[in-house]
Design a protein around this ligand. Structure first.
Ligand SMILES: [Zn+2]
Ligand SMILES: [Zn+2]
Length: 317
């Protein structure tokens, strides 16, 4: 399985502002002066050695992830604004000439998880075939509502592709192709959300965004469901700091501290923190990453590996 992150920002698309860009630029240039960079040939290695928040942008597009199976078939998780550049990539292949087919899994229909769909080019090309999976029987109607003429010029039911909707029941695995299954699990989030678990051979990927785990709910989930256990890769909501999560109780998101606790309890091999708070700069996200690593070390654990979700990241399981 190959998992690629296409959008990692929570709540709202967040392009980098000029103030942050210039601060980042100043910081990079002062490091270049300190490092004594003298020629263009040294630039590549210098950039590669920068801390992650300077060498990269974590990214401003909202949630979208792809899973590619061993057979080469690709599955899409959520239609946040990260699906727009994915669609631009897809139209250079079979989807550009109406010969593409793809399965799309929806965790829930808050805007940040569906707002890229109207800008997803393959949707408009006749001959393309989409199957949408979710636990929501009215998913087609929800998509149609966000594209009503008051809000968007092209109605959902007039887009050229063929669409099918498959209703999923929690914890009932579906076999997507030989050796690849998926199931879902309901999460605590305003209006509901589900986690998806992909299993191929002995590898497990869990996509668990928009969920509010606290010390208490982590205990009950850990006790009552094996769903979350033993993931090779766990992509988990960690929108807030612990302090913020107390002020935003019932807002439906998890602090990074509790996310680390969850991953330890669930024996995840690798934890990727995602659904980044829109008001957090890259520097703040870097601080959070370091603090999450410290927290894991204070718990006297050397596992899971902990990473910050970043647009374009690729994982091979
Ligand atoms: Zn969200
Ligand atoms: Zn949500």
């Amino acid at each position: 399985m190959i998992i690629q992150l296409r959008g990692v920002r929570g709540s709202l698309p967040t392009p980098m502002g000029n103030r942050e860009y210039r601060a980042k630029l100043a910081s990079i240039l002062s490091r270049a002066v300190e490092a004594g960079i003298k020629s263009a040939a040294e630039i590549g290695a210098f950039i590669d050695a920068l801390p992650e928040d300077l060498g990269y942008n974590y990214g401003g597009d909202t949630t979208c992830v792809t899973v590619t199976s061993r057979s080469g078939r690709t599955y899409v998780l959520d239609c946040g604004t990260g699906i727009r550049p994915l669609g631009d990539e897809m139209v250079s292949g079979p989807w550009g000439v109406g010969r593409g087919a793809v399965d799309i899994f929806i965790t829930h229909t808050h805007w940040d998880h569906i707002q890229g769909l109207p800008f997803f080019k393959p949707l408009y090309i006749p001959g393309n075939d989409f199957t949408f999976y979710s636990p929501y029987p009215d998913l087609a109607d929800r998509f149609a509502r966000q594209m009503e003429f008051t809000f968007f010029p092209a109605p959902f039911d007039k887009t050229g592709s063929t669409k099918r909707f498959v209703h999923m029941n929690p914890e009932e695995p579906l076999e997507l192709e030989e050796g690849l299954t998926v199931d879902c699990y309901p999460l605590k989030h305003p209006g509901g959300s589900v986690a998806y678990r992909f299993r191929e051979g002995d590898k497990i990927f869990i996509f668990c965004t928009d969920c509010e785990f606290t010390g208490e709910t982590m205990e009950s989930f850990g006790t009552h469901s094996a769903f979350f256990l033993d993931a090779d890769l766990l992509l988990l909501d960690s929108q807030y700091t612990l302090d913020e999560s107390f002020n935003k109780f019932d807002w439906g998101h998890t602090s990074y501290t509790v996310a680390v606790n969850c991953a330890i309890r669930w024996r995840a091999k690798r934890l990727v923190l995602t659904h980044h708070e829109p008001s957090y700069s890259d520097a703040k996200l870097r601080e959070i990453h370091l603090d999450a690593l410290n927290h894991r070390n204070e718990m006297r654990c050397d596992s899971p590996e902990i990473l910050m979700a970043r647009e374009g990241m690729v994982f091979q399981l």
